[in-house]
Design a binder for this molecule. Structure first.
Ligand SMILES: [Zn+2]
Length: 84
């Protein structure tokens, strides 16, 4: 199955062939949301945070929202950009 890149952390964690993907990235806890991805500076959709803010948080805390920091894990070998 083809993996999709998570727009927040940049690892290939999203595994779904469905058009309406509702997968949550296990590395940064971002919920895959095509609408929010097109409007990265707006707080819309299921994440209740803009994608740009989520990316900043991932750089700072290693998670899209600090409150989820115990929910995430390190990326796996086959989720690394060089393996996709
Ligand atoms: Zn992610």
């Amino acid at each position: 199955m083809k993996r999709k890149i998570c727009p927040c952390c940049g690892y290939f964690t999203i595994v779904s062939e469905d058009e309406t993907i509702v997968d949550i990235c296990e590395v940064c806890f971002w919920q895959y949301d095509a609408v929010a991805h097109d409007k990265a500076d707006q707080n819309i959709g299921a994440n209740h945070i803009s994608l740009n803010d989520a990316r900043d948080n991932y750089k700072k805390y290693g998670v899209c929202k600090e409150e989820f920091k115990n929910m995430v894990r390190k990326p796996l070998e086959d989720e690394l950009p060089e393996n996709n």
